[in-house]
Design a protein around this ligand. Structure first.
Ligand code: DLL
Length: 413
């Protein structure tokens, strides 16, 4: 077996036409399930005149209503749950924007689906039964830690359930246990790289949960001397494992589309959970921006690009649309990967500050490159190495909004 071989070739390498039939059958089953309750999503379908599963087809899925995070909040905590409480085996979620949590009930079936797609992600990265997986995603309500955990168990590999933080201890265990796979956020991989020897045992990293660019990938690969792969997912859909790069996927992420049917609308990813039973979602608008690509290579799954950003992260500066990831790409040409973008909205003409760390005076050169690439003038602040906050746990905050009062970091005016 070659490295990164499919975990489940029957499904991952399936004839696309046969898969489409499977997806359609599953979609119709989902619609039946939604119609069978007085659930909000079922009511939306009934309003449209849908009376049974076979009324809908994949070709016409775009005519069905979408659902958003706002709908989840409106029915908080479990208004969209489709099964009796005794069928729920666990709950996950995210703290989310503005501290409003999103909670997702999982059935035993959902945990099975999750383990399966995560085992595929790990196997695609080259992990096998003999792998040792150092899992530094947070364990808890957040789906990162337990998602990797379920997948690792399904693969029958050895999972080290480190969770986030306590970097010194993490480094010690990596040195002692010699894992070949590292799972954590890309920003935490960089944090580990500050303390970990380049000559370490790790061969591949599976990084996600927050935006990161090709330039960041290059930086991590260099610093840790590993292959760095991207994994994407969101709690509403299942957690990590919705899509993941494999060693041979050419920078694109294989979508587990037999479980999560993808569409895009004006760049925004929409997913339908075809097989989930706890809180299935029909056409969930993710807010994430990416493109979908046709399959190539041994896997016949469609693939998605790295995320370009989130709809709500898009900055509009003097009429120019800018995603923080575009700024990251420029910053990494000249400075270290620790940076912070500050959107200054104290006056009616918003301004962008970009704070970086360097021992050289790169302010003018970086300002010029940002202007050239983005078409807007940014105020660049060069700080001494170590001055910007590091992320020890959870997701990195690369963007701060400044609408009044004190600057989010010292030194900005
Ligand atoms: O972050 C699930 C996850 C855990 C994915 C571990 C990958 C690894 P949430 O906390 O619900 O779930 O946040 C989901 O995070 O809508 C994206 O905006 C962002 N996100 C997730 N993966 C990536 C990625 C998990 N690879 C939200 N690149 C999503 C960029 C990502 N953004």
């Amino acid at each position: 077996m070659t490295a990164g071989a499919p975990f489940d070739p029957k499904i991952e390498c399936m004839d696309p036409e046969a898969r489409r039939e499977l997806q359609e059958r599953r979609l119709q089953g989902l619609v039946e399930r939604l119609l069978g309750t007085d659930n909000f999503q079922g009511a939306l379908l009934k309003d449209l005149g849908v009376t049974r599963g076979t009324d809908v087809t994949l070709d016409e899925i775009h005519l069905l209503p979408t659902i958003t995070k706002q709908d989840l909040w409106d029915h908080y905590p479990f208004g969209l749950q489709l099964v009796p409480q005794e069928d729920v085996v666990c709950v996950h979620g995210s703290s989310g924007t503005g501290g409003r949590p999103t909670l997702i009930p999982y059935t035993a079936n959902d945990v099975e689906v999750w383990a399966e797609v995560m085992a595929r992600a790990l196997a695609g990265a080259g992990a096998t039964r003999s792998s040792i997986i150092h899992n530094a995603y947070g364990y808890g309500l957040f789906t990162g830690g337990l998602g990797v955990h379920h997948g690792g168990l399904r693969l029958q590999a050895t999972v080290i359930p480190m969770s986030g933080g306590m970097t010194e201890r993490q480094v010690r265990l990596i040195e002692d246990l010699r894992p070949d796979v590292l799972c954590c956020t890309p920003s935490y991989a960089l944090r580990l790289a500050e303390d970990l020897d380049k000559d370490n045992s790790i061969e591949v990293g599976i990084f996600g949960a927050e935006p990161w660019t090709e330039e960041m990938r290059h930086e991590i690969e260099q610093r840790l001397n590993i292959r760095a792969l991207d994994i994407y997912g969101l709690s509403e859909v299942i957690g990590p494992g919705v899509a993941c790069e494999s060693l041979d996927s050419e920078g694109l992420l294989n979508i587990a589309e037999d479980h999560f049917y993808p569409e895009t609308d004006e760049g925004e990813l929409i997913f339908t959970t075809l097989t989930k039973t706890g809180m299935p979602l029909l056409r969930y608008r993710t807010g994430d921006v990416a493109t979908i690509h046709e399959p190539r290579g041994r896997r016949t799954l469609r693939r998605m690009s790295k995320l370009k950003g989130r709809k709500d992260d898009m900055l509009v500066i003097r009429g120019v649309n800018v995603f923080p990831t575009e700024i990251e790409a420029v910053v990494l040409e000249l400075a270290s990967p620790h940076y912070l973008i500050v959107e200054d909205r104290r006056t009616s003409t918003p301004q962008l500050h970009v704070a970086v760390e360097s021992i050289q005076d790169i302010a003018t050169a970086l300002g010029a490159r940002l202007k050239e690439r983005l078409g807007i003038t940014c105020r660049v602040h060069v700080l001494e190495p170590g001055k910007l906050p590091r992320t020890e746990q959870g997701k990195a905050q690369r963007l701060a909004r400044w609408s009044q009062g004190q600057a989010p970091i010292d030194g900005l005016t």
